[in-house]
Design a protein around this ligand. Structure first.
Ligand SMILES: Cc1cc2nc3c(=O)[nH]c(=O)nc-3n(C[C@H](O)[C@H](O)[C@H](O)COP(=O)(O)OP(=O)(O)OC[C@H]3O[C@@H](n4cnc5c(N)ncnc54)[C@H](O)[C@@H]3O)c2cc1C
Length: 505
């Protein structure tokens, strides 16, 4: 993945089959899908890949146990099928994770036991393992820090886990490999219309500030919570399509939840589920669901959300968590669909929403990471129809994502040229300096944040240490990007200000 090479395609007079706006899960999935169907595909992302919600998930590849409780079996079955595909197509970025639901009465054991056995049954051949009913002793063996007062046992079930932004970057690489052009830091700023139909996109390369006007047969808007701006760029009279709901996560040391299992709290005070999930040798606690007014690229946690998670976790666990134990707090925004748009042609499910505007703009939003592939397939099916493209079948259910062997060879090459890059970026973490070089050379990382938030996940794992090593990261990046000391100093200030928001004071 070389950004300069990708940019060259913008200077040509290409008529794209599809332009995708937005480089999160949905957009990248759509670009991969379109490219594998042989369509001439361009994706532009205004920031870095997965800068939005797609790097801020709870990191679960799941069917959604809570939708089962709501009786939405079709949705759960679809997500479980997608879970199965993703685990098969990206085994190096996903894993099977055991979850334990602690229960405190005979009735709870029956209720959650039957429910989670049914959850597993719904996954059919793509089952990850049988749901098991645990005794009190077995539950404590799985969750050594669980509060044993009134504990009667537990339910063990299987789901998937993943690294969200790594998957996004590998989707981008795979799409490029299949022929797509994919560019980060390139923002859509307008549409070109002929007889009221979209025939082009105006965009700006945020790095060089160069503007381009591109021709296309169809446009897919996959901008998540930023959807309204694109919809209104198409038609300024359109009402808001999505309203955001915020979810925060707290990241703590593994000592609070020792062992390999995740904890699932089935009912919080506001009637939702809450997780403690092992991730990169830390534990992610979350999440919340708070409607908010303002959309931001760096949403901020509310005090009541932080207190909510700590209070619930401390109710279930004996190793009490305080604010000082939080290594990082990160926040994501869910794009909740507000109302059907004028001219909508499809409402595909309660989970994801697809609409086509009178000018032919296809907007795909909602859903979840787990179902990104299905969302992409729906978006590209519709794009093929609107853009009058050759009818081609979606094949992404069986398209492997990433190329581990290539990655390994490139890494060996980097280390052969400079053995000092074997050094750890910090003694407490297993990441090495060569990963910084790799991200600059092959993953379009342009600044410290791209490295420490989305290529190496240190900002999410330990914001204090991320700030401490920022100057070293800037130094290595500068030498590979041909940048001077002013660039380094500017990057360090910018990153430190951003990372400060991930610390709890
Ligand atoms: C708190 C929380 C926890 C979650 N946990 C899970 C989970 O565990 N498992 C799961 O399956 N799902 C989970 N989800 C859902 C999942 O994260 C989202 O469904 C998914 O990431 C949405 O991806 P997206 O591509 O639609 O949006 P985004 O990731 O937000 O991508 C949209 C992109 O569009 C770009 N953009 C905006 N404007 C422009 C423009 N003008 N030009 C170019 N680009 C533009 C943005 O920069 C952004 O990168 C969670 C969501 C939240 C909020």
């Amino acid at each position: 993945m070389n950004r300069s090479q990708q940019l060259e395609a913008l200077a040509t007079d290409t008529i794209w089959d599809i332009i995708v706006i937005g480089g999160g899960a949905t957009g990248l999935g759509s670009a991969l899908d379109a490219a594998t169907r042989g369509y001439k595909t361009l994706l532009i992302e205004s920031h870095d890949f997965a800068k939005g919600t797609s790097s801020r998930s709870t990191k679960l590849v799941h069917g959604g146990v809570r939708y089962l409780e709501q009786g939405n079996i079709k949705l759960v079955r679809e997500a479980l099928r997608e879970r199965g595909y993703l685990l098969k197509n990206a085994p190096h970025l996903t894993s099977v994770q055991t979850f334990i639901v602690p229960v405190f009465s005979w009735w709870e054991k029956m209720f959650y036991g039957i429910g989670l056995k049914f959850y597993d049954l719904l996954s059919g051949k793509l089952s990850l393992g049988d749901t098991q009913i645990l005794s009190k002793k077995e539950t404590i063996a799985h969750l050594p820090t669980i509060n044993t007062e009134k504990l009667s046992g537990g339910i063990l079930y299987f789901d998937g886990q993943f690294d969200d932004s790594h998957l996004a970057i590998e989707l981008a690489a795979t799409a490029i490999n299949k022929g797509a052009t994919i560019i980060n830091y390139c923002k859509a700023i307008g549409f070109v219309k002929t007889n009221d139909k979209i025939t082009g996109v105006a965009c700006i390369d945020v790095v060089s500030e160069k503007k381009y006007t591109l021709k296309t047969k169809v446009v897919v808007n996959a901008t998540g919570v930023f959807t309204n701006a694109i919809v209104q760029m198409d038609d300024h009279l359109q009402h808001d399509l999505v309203s955001p709901s915020q979810g925060i996560h707290l990241v703590v040391d593994a000592k609070f939840f020792p062992g390999m299992d995740a904890l699932m709290i089935p009912k919080t005070d506001d009637g939702r589920v809450l997780f403690a999930v092992p991730w990169h040798d830390k534990v992610v606690l979350g999440t919340t669901d708070t409607p908010i007014e303002e959309i931001s690229f760096e949403p901020k946690p509310l005090e009541e959300e932080i207190d909510f998670i700590i209070k619930h976790m401390n109710r279930y666990c004996t190793t009490l968590i305080t604010r000082t134990n939080i290594n990082s707090v990160y926040v994501g925004l869910r794009p909740l669909v507000k109302q059907k748009r004028k001219g909508s042609t499809a409402l595909l499910s309660r989970e994801h929403h697809l609409s086509v505007s009178p000018s032919g703009l296809i907007t795909i939003t909602g859903g979840k990471w787990t179902t990104y592939r299905k969302m992409a397939a729906d978006a590209v099916d519709n794009a093929g129809f609107i853009g009058k493209l050759n009818k081609e079948k979606c094949t992404t259910a069986h398209t492997p994502i990433g190329d581990e062997a290539l990655k390994e060879n490139r890494m060996k090459e980097i280390l052969k040229n400079d053995a000092s890059l074997k050094e750890f970026i910090h003694p407490n973490y297993p990441f090495i300096k060569a990963q910084i070089v790799y991200a600059v050379k092959f993953e379009m990382a342009m600044g410290i944040e791209d490295i420490l938030a989305r290529r190496i996940r240190l900002l999410f794992l330990d914001a204090k240490i991320a700030i401490a090593i920022a100057p070293m990261v800037a130094g290595i990046m500068a030498s590979y990007l041909n940048k001077d000391e002013n660039w380094e100093a500017g990057e360090i200030v910018k990153f430190t200000q951003l990372a400060d928001q991930y610390l709890l004071k």
